[in-house]
Design a protein around this ligand. Structure first.
Ligand code: SAM
Length: 467
């Protein structure tokens, strides 16, 4: 590790549950890089598909992240940029400790029920893609990010993930007070001082200071106070950070218990996970600490609460949504495999596909939030044809009989760079570009050339080498 750990940090951790100075410092000095990812069950249906994706990434095999259904460790870090499966949304590259959110969710909410879930601090989308994999198709996930360019990145990652039951919003936490008692589950993966990521990213060390820890702690309190009104009575709050500092972890749990009617929920852990349970002296709140010298993952902290007390009554005006007329819907039949209860909505020029829970609430959400993405954008209906959107290619709602061309690795990468791949097909017109049976995006095949419709903002910028 090039930057030594700040001594003020290490001194401040002395006495915290599970902290061992010698092994903590040693693991940071060794600076081992751990690579982990989580597969996308929405897109990988068979064992053979999973195997194909993992085998191409890691011929030497993978091992399982113990607390995650879909998470695995890779022995080496491959080039994800040059893996078409990455661009097709087959997996999300995620730090292993954060995958523990799955256990917290499974233990605290009924995943078979239709839920409204908020991931408040969501970019780039690690927790959101995980939450989407856990909830039922008739649940709704609002993935929010306050910083605009990061909200765009979040939307891109969720487009790749391909699910319809997701809304991406770009709002300040306080805006959610306009949705009192709306959510069954709120996840606050708070902005923090980041000490948990020092091993992976030693540059972060230079930004750390005790003053910043304090500022982060105050900001975390503000964010939590702003968001709690939007949580339903009996709803669940999951709070997490990637900081080791008690001011951002245990002290926040006590602050929550002091100021709100929240009941802390302890979780059951397997002993061999080596996750450390911490219980606060003041309010007896339980949280969980992840130390890189004890388990195969980075620093992380998580705790769960249930909201008690009076629920705010949600007064809602009747909202009107512009759903597509029946004649127009006919024109989409060749493109979309529309599940029962799903609706087409017209938003400006675009046709959006909304699952039932989202169709019911979209007008309310549109009125109260700044929405970047809702459901799946099918495309634009011109007088002659549908101009299909990339979101449709990335989604699982695409009709089966769409013409497609299967590309070799090099051509798939050329396509993803928005260059001209070699296409071996007699198909003309709109066609899906595919790799390993997974959709990459659209192209329009003309008699003498192709128009590459891969979105500019998603294209691979790096030069392809070694193929
Ligand atoms: N949950 C994300 C994931 O798993 O990929 C990581 C989230 S990161 C720890 C915290 C996020 O909070 C950042 O995207 C940051 O832009 C956002 N953020 C920063 N200041 C914020 C604020 N005042 N309110 C809400 N979110 C904020």
């Amino acid at each position: 590790m090039s930057n030594p750990l700040p001594s003020a940090l290490v001194d401040s951790l002395a006495g915290l549950p599970g902290f061992n100075r010698a092994s903590f410092e040693a693991v940071h000095t060794a600076a081992e890089k751990i690579t982990s990812l989580r597969l996308n069950p929405l897109k990988l249906h068979t064992a053979a598909q999973r195997e194909a994706v993992l085998q191409s990434l890691s011929p030497a095999g993978v091992s399982k992240v113990p607390w995650s259904t879909e998470g695995c460790y890779l022995p080496e870090r491959p080039s994800f940029t040059f893996d078409p499966f990455f661009h097709a949304g087959a997996y999300y590259v995620q730090e292993a400790s954060s995958m523990f959110l799955e256990q917290a969710v499974r233990a605290t909410v009924d995943l078979s029920a239709p839920l409204r879930v908020l991931d408040l601090c969501a970019a780039p989308g690690g927790k959101s893609t995980l939450l989407q994999s856990l909830i039922s198709p008739d649940s709704l996930l609002v993935a929010n990010e306050v910083i605009k360019p990061r909200a765009a990145l979040l939307a891109d990652n969720l487009t790749r993930w391909g699910a319809a039951n997701v809304v991406v919003s770009n709002n300040d936490p306080r805006d959610f007070s306009r949705l009192p008692g709306y959510f069954d589950l709120v996840v606050v993966d708070a902005p923090c001082s980041g000490s948990g990521l020092f091993r992976r990213d030693p540059e972060l060390v230079t930004e750390w200071s005790p003053e910043n820890v304090l500022l982060c702690s105050q900001r975390q309190q503000r964010i939590l106070a702003d968001i709690l009104p939007s949580l339903k009575e009996n709803g669940v709050l999951i709070y997490s950070t990637c900081s080791f500092s008690a001011a951002e972890d245990e002290a926040i749990l006590d602050w929550l218990a002091d100021h709100f009617e929240l009941e802390n929920i302890p979780l059951a852990l397997a002993e061999d996970w080596n996750i450390v349970t911490t219980v606060t002296d003041k309010r007896n709140c339980t949280g969980y600490r992840f130390y890189p010298d004890r388990l195969k993952g980075e620093g992380f902290f998580i705790a769960c609460f249930r909201k008690r007390g009076e629920a705010a009554v949600r007064k809602q005006k009747e909202q009107k949504t512009l759903f597509l007329a029946a004649a127009e819907q006919e024109r989409l039949a060749a493109w979309v495999n529309l599940p029962e209860g799903y609706r087409y909505m017209l938003h400006q020029e675009d046709v959006l596909i909304l699952p039932p829970a989202l169709a019911a609430d979209i007008a309310l959400l549109q009125q109260q939030l700044y929405i970047r993405k809702a459901g799946v954008k099918a495309g634009q209906l011109s007088r002659k044809e549908l101009i299909p959107d990339h979101q449709l290619a990335a989604s699982t709602l695409l009709a089966d009989a769409i013409p497609a061309a299967d590309l070799e690795l090099k051509d798939a990468l050329l396509y993803l760079r928005k260059e001209d791949p070699r296409i071996d097909t007699t198909v003309k017109g709109w066609a899906l570009m595919r790799y390993g049976q997974m959709n990459l995006g659209w192209a329009k095949l003309l008699p003498n050339r192709m128009n590459n419709y891969y979105p500019k903002e998603l294209r691979i910028l790096k030069e392809i080498t070694g193929l």
